[in-house]
Design a protein around this ligand. Structure first.
Ligand code: SF4
Length: 401
């Protein structure tokens, strides 16, 4: 949806880092960047130069348009067998704060989301040792039956790999069963950093990087699109970041199934890597810009405000990002890891942030079709209910399947 901004070679700034000049020539010519180019971008301290290039690509693709959506996160359980060192969300079944929602509880939360105008449920959770695959299928069927108009973006490649294992199905059959139940697309989490050196340290017990990519390919083959992510700011090197992005780009060349890429800033608090300092604002903007420049076959780069803070996410709209993500409402995964952002932003707040950055807000659905609120009005606000505020303790788990 380009708006025809006039950008030309004459507008190229004088770079402080001379290594950006040959890269700028490629960017202006629309040529693909190499892994070496990616490394030079990551190594450069000329953040404004890198950001200018990323913004050029962003405006060439999207003009001034910046997307957001009205969504609701649902995390069915935080009980997880994987115990990744990067994670502050997963718990053992008997740990303090462990919870699993009964299906009725999920449907109540979903109903609240629909009342607030959600067009998407984003559903991810832990790898529970006892819940059968049927629980997740029933969860999806129940949502689809009750709210057929809402897009179900459910279960990361990591969860899909786990469900295949516990149900003794192939990856393809697992995905087909999910699709049949009503899953519309997959989120992009669990990719972390693909390189095995990193995975061995930060998330040794979940699917390998190669398996993550294979599951994504299989999902795309059966018509389920997905997002992709990269968790940065822990123990990874610049080379490993570039390798990650190039592997995603190669996969996208084959399947064209990725919708958006979301760089995720590592939040170390309460994780097994809590000695690592948080990524800086410089790291955040660099991650957005480098991904925009290297992922030339991804339409959308998302500045996920929950992880970045609304302020950095807003600035990222000038460093390559064209999407702020959504209203979210209830976010557990990064808040357990010390995120200090709110868990909810209203539609009006998102629009204000976007407009204040000089961009034009467009509400989208999950697949980036504009949402026409004249045809899909948001129901009038109802008095909030406290009935769904609490978690069900693991000990009172009731399975409604
Ligand atoms: S990152 Fe995901 S798989 Fe790993 S412990 Fe946390 S919830 Fe479990």
């Amino acid at each position: 949806m380009a708006t025809g901004l006039q950008l030309s070679a004459q507008t190229v700034p004088a770079f402080q880092d001379a290594r950006l000049e040959p890269i700028a020539k490629k960017v202006l010519a629309g040529e693909r960047l190499s892994a070496d180019d990616g490394l030079a971008l990551y190594q450069s301290h000329d953040l404004l130069g890198v950001g200018w290039l990323a913004n050029y690509v962003r405006e060439r693709r999207h003009g001034n348009v910046t997307y957001f959506n009205v969504n609701r996160h649902i995390n069915p359980t935080n009980v997880c067998v994987a115990h990744c060192r990067l994670c502050a969300f997963g718990r053992s079944p008997d740990a303090t704060g462990a919870y699993t929602f009964a299906l009725d509880e999920i449907w109540q939360r979903a109903a609240q989301g629909v009342a607030e105008g959600a067009t998407e449920f984003h559903i991810v959770g832990g790898l529970h040792p006892d819940l059968p695959f049927e629980y997740y299928l029933e969860l999806i069927r129940g949502l689809k039956q009750r709210f057929p108009q809402v897009h179900l973006k459910a279960f990361t490649m990591v969860e899909v790999g786990y469900y295949a294992r516990i149900s003794k199905k192939s990856i393809r059959d697992t995905l087909l069963a999910m699709k049949e139940a009503g899953v519309d697309s997959l989120p992009g989490g669990g990719a972390e950093i693909f390189h095995p050196r990193v995975r061995k340290i930060i998330c040794d017990h979940k699917v390998s990087g190669q398996m993550w990519l294979q599951i994504a390919r299989t999902a795309h083959e059966i018509g389920l699109r997905s997002n992709a992510t990269m968790l940065y700011g822990h123990i990874e090197t610049n080379e490993e970041r570039v390798d990650h992005l190039i592997q995603l780009r190669d996969t996208q060349d084959k399947t064209h199934g990725f919708v958006a890429f979301i760089p995720l800033a590592f939040h170390p608090a309460n994780t097994g890597l809590s000695h690592i300092p948080n990524p800086t604002g410089f790291d955040d903007l660099k991650a957005i810009a480098c991904s925009r420049l290297l992922l030339d076959n991804f339409d959308h780069i998302k500045a996920y405000w929950i992880m970045l803070t609304p302020r950095i996410a807003q600035v990222a709209l000038r460093f390559g990002a064209n999407d702020l993500d959504g209203t979210v409402v209830e976010e557990k995964i990064y808040h357990d890891a010390g995120a200090t952002t709110p868990e909810h932003m209203t539609r009006a707040e998102l629009e204000r942030l976007i407009r204040a950055a000089g961009r034009d807000p467009v509400e989208r659905d999950t697949l980036y079709n504009p949402v026409d609120r004249a045809k899909m009005p948001i129901p009038p606000a109802r008095p909030s209910s406290n009935s769904i505020d609490g978690f069900i303790p693991e000990t009172s788990l009731t399975l409604n399947i």
